[in-house]
Design a protein around this ligand. Structure first.
Ligand code: UGY
Ligand code: MN
Length: 260
C-alpha cells in the first residue's frame, strides 16, 4: 500500500490536505498529494507534473525520479523551448549538443532553446531531479547559452542588504537570458523586507526548513518538500521559523524582457 493507514486500516491522509490551489494566482502543493505520471521519452522515470499553463503558469515544472539506467536520451526541449534540470539528490549524466557533463547533488544544467537536454542515470541508485521548460522569449541581438554549475560550490550573496538572507543566482544575469533560477535562504527569524507584488511568475521548490508564506495575503505554513506556484501579481513574502534548518527554496523567475 502506498498510503498511511490508522489501526482500523483507514487512510489517515484522506480527511485533510494542506494543498491550496487558486488557479492563475497561487498554489501550494505539498508532497502528499502528488501523483506519478508516465511521459513519452522519459524512460524509467517517475514524472510528477507541477506548474503548467492550466494552473496559469507560463512554464512547466516537474519532479523527475530517474531510476537506474533511466533518463531521456531522446531529448527534452529544443525548437524554441529552453530547459533546465537540477539534481536534488544523486548522480546524472547530462548531454547538451556534443558535450557530456556529470551532475551530482546540487548540480544543474541550463539548455538553450536551440538544443535538447538529454540525461541518463548511470548509477545504481535513483536520482531525484527537478525539471523546467519554457518557450524562450527572443530579443534581437541576444541568445542564451549552455550553463553548467553546482550550487554547493557557490557563495550566498546578501539578499537586498540583509545578512540573514542569502541569494544564489544560478544563471548569468545578462540580457541573453529571459529567465533565471535562484536559491533564497532565510535563516531563523529572517524574512522578506516587504510583501512583493510583481508581474513575474515563480515556481518554487522548498529544499529545507519551515516557515510561514504569505500568498495573496493568506499566511500559510510551509516546509521542506512543498512546491509553490506564484502567478503574476500574486502578493508574496515569507519568514523562516527554521527550527532544524534555514528555510531555503529553488525558484524560477522570468526577467530581462518587455511585455509582449
Ligand atoms: O526574486 C523574487 O522575486 C523573490 N524574492 N520572490 C520570492 O521570494 N517570492
Ligand atoms: Mn518574487
Amino acid at each position: 500500500m502506498s498510503y498511511r493507514t490508522n489501526e482500523l486500516g483507514y487512510p489517515t491522509d484522506l480527511l485533510s490536505s494542506r494543498a491550496v490551489v487558486e488557479r492563475g494566482n497561487f498554489a501550494l502543493i505539498p508532497p502528499k498529494g502528488l501523483v506519478k505520471n508516465v511521459l513519452p521519452h522519459f524512460d524509467n522515470c517517475e514524472m510528477t507534473i507541477l506548474s503548467t499553463p492550466k494552473l496559469g503558469a507560463g512554464f512547466v515544472d516537474y519532479l523527475c525520479r530517474v531510476l537506474p539506467n533511466g533518463g531521456n536520451t531522446h531529448g527534452f526541449g529544443g525548437n524554441g523551448i529552453q530547459t533546465f534540470i537540477y539534481c536534488l539528490e544523486g548522480e546524472l549524466t547530462v548531454t547538451i549538443g556534443e558535450e557530456t557533463h556529470e551532475l551530482t547533488t546540487g548540480g544543474y544544467a541550463y539548455c538553450p532553446p536551440t538544443e535538447t537536454l538529454k540525461f541518463k542515470n548511470n548509477s545504481d541508485k535513483a536520482t531525484e531531479t527537478f525539471l523546467y521548460k519554457k518557450r524562450y522569449q527572443e530579443a534581437e541581438g541576444f541568445a542564451p547559452y549552455k550553463v553548467i554549475g553546482n550550487t554547493n560550490d557557490m557563495e550566498d550573496q546578501n539578499y537586498e542588504g540583509m545578512t540573514d538572507v542569502g541569494l544564489k543566482d544560478l544563471l548569468p544575469t545578462d540580457l541573453n537570458f529571459d529567465m533565471n533560477f535562484h536559491i533564497l535562504t532565510f535563516h531563523t527569524g529572517a524574512s522578506h523586507g516587504y510583501i512583493e507584488t510583481h508581474y513575474q511568475e515563480h515556481g518554487a521548490l522548498l529544499l529545507s526548513g519551515e516557515g510561514m508564506y504569505n500568498l495573496d495575503n493568506h499566511w500559510i505554513p510551509v516546509k521542506e518538500g512543498d512546491y509553490i506556484f506564484m502567478g503574476a501579481y500574486n502578493l508574496q513574502a515569507c519568514y523562516s521559523v527554521g527550527r532544524n534548518a534555514p528555510l531555503s527554496y529553488l525558484y524560477s523567475k522570468d526577467c530581462n524582457r518587455d511585455v509582449d
